[in-house]
Design a protein around this ligand. Structure first.
Ligand SMILES: *Cc1c(COP(=O)(O)O)cnc(C)c1O
Length: 398
């Protein structure tokens, strides 16, 4: 690889840019995970994660990728052969469905065009049809990272209530936690599934489950085999800040720092910042004359935008040009969107000038790769960001 000067713009929807503060916080000796200092760290991060999930219930932290936390959610609450309703809204939803199938669950898959989220009306209809209460859980991906589509979890919960169905609600928030407003308690979610390497601004390696009382009760009778992912020994040890096995100590130092950062900015401000950058990105896409994968403006993701290249133009070739010329990795098209779509991550430790740089790299790359587009995407984004600074009553520094 030739030498690249300056800093690399990592515009993936995860892993995201890890801030210096977090990197420095992690560069410390790995302490005794059975000692008093660790106990304090454990209690602090477990408490802090509740704020991020907007819950007063229990949160557990696995030394795992997000996929492990998927498995944790399913194995702790369900039994072999249990029916679960899931929506194939994109590649991550499809992978989660595969996990459920491999675990021996009976998955009722609702297919979609991968351009829309989970439809609350379908949830209601499916649950009303289920008179014998065979469906034990509904699984929804809040923010589908492959398509840039955000489903309305509050509407899914409302649909479940209208159907008066007792199924558990399991939600993947891996790419929305700490970037898009998400309310575990208010939306009565039973298990929320998170990961460290997206909105939480950490390296990969931590998986999270936020757990409702109803999910905890379900775990007492759930019979899917589980050992590493079992909540009970985890919760017992967590009461004093400890873990049943060796935790990812240095990632937890990083987590303590990133939780401090989210608190300093204020979670609501963090969400507003992501809304603004999501909108600025969409303005650029529109000005370029390119097509957003997400079709419904209510479902536009504020953490990632997936964009089609025009037919006959390779999205992977465009990404390659942008990586080679500008040292900027962009998200690839996943599954059936491979080579048709590129994705711009605009989440985590991020500001206006970073977005301006990222969009500039895309606009120059479109030109060099010969992808038909109109100029002016970057200007449209800058105009929007400038205008929103003017409109802000008090100066916002993002
Ligand atoms: C990234 C992501 C995952 C997978 O997480 P891993 O840490 O790679 O296991 C799952 N779901 C969504 C929505 C994601 O964005």
């Amino acid at each position: 690889m030739p030498y690249s000067s300056g800093r690399q713009f990592v515009q993936l929807p995860g892993p995201t840019n890890v801030p210096e503060r977090v990197l420095r916080a992690m560069a410390r000796p790995t302490i005794d995970h059975r000692g008093p200092e660790f106990g304090r760290l454990g209690l602090e991060v477990l408490e802090g994660m509740k704020e991020v999930f907007q819950t007063s219930g229990k949160v557990v932290i696995f030394p795992s990728s997000g996929s492990g936390a998927w498995e944790g959610a399913l194995t702790n609450t369900l039994s072999p052969g249990d029916k679960i309703l899931m929506f194939d809204v994109g590649q991550f939803a499809a992978l989660w469905i595969q996990v459920a199938l491999k675990l021996g669950l009976d998955v009722d898959v609702v297919q979609t065009d991968w351009r829309h989220g989970a439809d609350p009306q379908v949830v209601e209809a499916k649950l009303r049809e289920d008179r014998d209460r065979k469906i034990k859980a509904v699984g929804v991906v809040h923010n589908e990272t492959s398509s840039g589509v955000t489903s309305s979890v509050s509407e899914v919960r409302a649909a479940m209530k209208r159907a008066q169905h007792p199924a558990l609600l399991l939600v993947d928030v891996i790419s929305s936690l700490g970037s898009i407003d998400y309310r575990h308690d208010e939306w009565e979610v039973d298990v929320s599934i998170g990961g460290s390497q997206k909105g939480l601004m950490l390296p990969p390696g931590l998986g999270f489950n936020a757990i409702s009382d109803k999910a905890l009760a379900a775990s007492k009778s759930a019979r899917l085999p589980r050992a590493y992912w079992e909540w009970e020994p985890m919760l017992t040890q967590n009461a004093n800040g400890f873990f049943p096995y060796t935790p990812a100590t240095n990632l937890l130092y990083g987590l303590r720092e990133s939780l401090d950062m989210l608190r300093e900015e204020g979670l609501q401000n963090v969400f507003k910042r992501h809304e603004r950058h999501g909108e600025a990105t969409r303005r650029a896409v529109r000005a370029w004359g390119l097509e957003n994968v997400a079709l419904d403006p209510k479902e536009y993701s504020n953490s990632v935008t997936a964009i089609y290249t025009p037919a006959g133009h390779s999205a992977d070739e465009l990404r390659k040009v942008i990586l080679e010329r500008f040292n900027m990795p962009l998200g690839t098209g996943l599954g059936k969107l491979q080579d048709k779509v590129f994705r711009i991550g605009h989440l985590g430790d991020f500001n206006d000038l970073m977005l301006a740089g990222a969009l500039s790299g895309v606009e120059m790359g479109l030109d060099i790769a010969g992808v038909p587009h109109r100029k002016g995407g970057v200007s449209a984004a800058l105009d929007y960001m400038t205008e929103s600074h003017r409109e802000a009553a008090s100066p916002v520094r993002v």
